[in-house]
Design a protein around this ligand. Structure first.
Ligand SMILES: [Zn+2]
Length: 509
């Protein structure tokens, strides 16, 4: 029960670009949309860099920075249009979607003549009116720019790739890694490919193959079995002369859309049969791992018990149902409640709760804090927990990440932040609750260090995440325990009702 799409790109007419320095347009429109979330994503949630503002990303580790590096390495000019980005959440509103895509098309039409487009799309954007927002984007761009116009798309590893986007893009590649540490590298790769297209050196054709499954997020670590060997295979394939790119995307199970689940896309230089065969081979490799995709994780109480009995610290407890990077609210209280109830010591938890931050600010540093915390966005993430303690510190919430970490961001801002020393702390061992104004994905240890929390001094660190936190936390963690908690990113798909996904899919039935 798997299918295959084979698509031939009409041979490109390339004359003008071959004799002069190519100019390539750059655009990005990134959102991972959780269809189980009740929170919609309006235009105001997007940070949008326009025109030359895009060069602010030059030192980042994302695909836009890779496009910029690639333009220098492969000798072409850029026409920067815009890069729009929002933290994962519920579906994007039609109004926001039409505004951003409309602006990209308008700038392509009214700007200088270009020889192609480098386009950063997440791959799991859902729009109110379109289950596959990214497919719709490329379909509209294709219509606007005509059949021969090179469009090279980069996708996140969590893309749910639909046939239409493979049909309408010239080349599609994804990050290979999760945690995502190769975003810049894949941006450079895309730049190298579009430079060769513009110079008439290659004629890419691509094929998509999808196994009939979802690949549970719990198993999407590309540094570990069972995905690691498949990821390695795609690396080897890209060393072969006729293969321009080979990508495996793990998919994003929190979008109830027809093409949810993993994908293999192979791009060759004018060899459609090779593309089809190799994409199918990668798809078969994914399918063959399914007997290893069995979930068996502790609940919050059992996980806290295990952590308290550990002989080495810190132990990282992963609150998988409140994976902020997967679009959840960041205010689940399941782990906080279990820690408080079992009187664990030396823990750290961050909760997005702007009301509680205001209370802490009003109280002031060193003053008593008592409030209900978290569980306020909806009914899926636990009840608010009563917390008593002292306001230890207050911060503007800005911090800097200089290493290559998941997401590739450098400048981060979680809004006004309070650190509460919760009752039960001693002078040596502190229970620290960080209250943030905005949701902050836990992809950087500077989220702790920057605000006076030293991860190696804590016994238990809670992260609201799935896999992506590992790039930052594995170097300090003595042990990592994944916890089966409720929420819009619950690791067990049986907790959700899928209505639009094609069926049957292994992992959902
Ligand atoms: Zn991702």
């Amino acid at each position: 029960m798997r299918y295959l799409v084979l698509l031939l790109i009409v041979p490109l007419v390339l004359t003008a670009a071959q004799s002069r320095r190519p100019r390539i347009a750059v655009a990005g429109f990134m959102h991972e949309s959780n269809t189980f979330s009740s929170v919609k994503t309006p235009l105001a949630e997007f940070e949008i860099l326009r025109g030359d503002q895009i060069y602010r990303e030059t030192e980042a580790k994302n695909e836009i920075s890779g496009y910029i590096e690639g333009s220098k390495r492969f000798n072409f000019d850029l026409y920067p249009i815009l890069a729009a980005n929002a933290t994962p959440s519920g579906p994007v509103t039609d109004q926001a979607y039409n505004a951003v895509v409309g602006e990209i098309i308008e700038k392509l039409r009214s700007g200088p003549k270009v020889d192609g487009l480098l386009l950063g799309l997440h791959g799991a954007m859902v729009v109110e009116s379109f289950p596959h927002g990214d497919s719709e984007t490329v379909t509209r761009l294709r219509k606007a720019m005509g059949p021969g116009f090179p469009i090279v798309v980069t996708h996140d590893f969590h893309a749910n790739i639909a046939p239409a986007i493979v049909e309408h893009s010239t080349v599609l590649i994804t990050y290979k890694t999760n945690p995502h540490v190769d975003q810049r590298e894949r941006g450079v790769k895309a730049a190298g490919i579009i430079a060769r297209i513009a110079r008439g050196e290659i004629k890419p054709v691509q094929a998509l193959a999808k196994p009939a499954m979802i690949y549970n997020i719990r198993f999407q670590n590309t540094n570990a079995e069972p995905l690691q060997p498949i990821t390695e295979e795609t690396r080897q394939m890209e060393n072969r002369p006729k293969i321009l790119a080979a990508s495996v995307a793990g998919g994003y199970q929190y979008a109830d859309v027809p093409e949810v689940g993993p994908s293999a896309v192979v791009v060759t230089d004018n060899d459609p049969e090779l593309a089809r065969r190799e994409a199918q081979r990668l798809s078969d490799m994914l399918w063959a791992t399914r007997d290893r995709l069995v979930l068996n994780l502790p609940d919050p109480d059992a996980a806290v018990k295990q952590a308290m009995q550990a002989d080495k610290f810190p132990v990282v407890l992963v609150e998988m149902g409140d994976n902020i990077g997967g679009g959840s609210a960041g205010d689940a209280t399941f782990m906080l409640e279990a820690l408080v109830k079992q009187k664990a010591q030396g823990w750290f938890v961050a909760v997005a709760d702007p009301e509680a931050v205001k209370l802490a600010v009003r109280a002031g540093i060193g003053q008593r804090f008592e409030s209900e915390v978290g569980g306020k966005t909806d009914k899926l993430h636990g009840a608010p927990v009563r917390v008593r303690g002292l306001v230890k510190s207050l911060h503007d919430g800005k911090f800097l990440e200089t290493e290559i970490r998941h997401g590739g961001d450098r400048y981060l801002d979680q809004g006004l932040t309070a650190v509460i020393e919760v009752e039960g702390s001693t002078r040596d061992v502190q229970n620290l609750l960080m209250l943030t104004t905005k949701r902050q994905t836990p992809f950087s240890l500077h989220q702790l260090i920057g605000f006076g929390v030293y991860p190696e001094r804590q016994k238990i660190l809670v992260v609201k995440a799935a896999i992506a936190f590992r790039a930052a936390y594995e170097p300090v963690a003595a042990r990592i325990i994944e916890v089966d908690t409720g929420g819009v990113t619950a690791v067990n798909p049986a907790r959700f009702k899928y209505l639009r996904a094609r069926r049957p899919l292994f992992g959902l039935e």
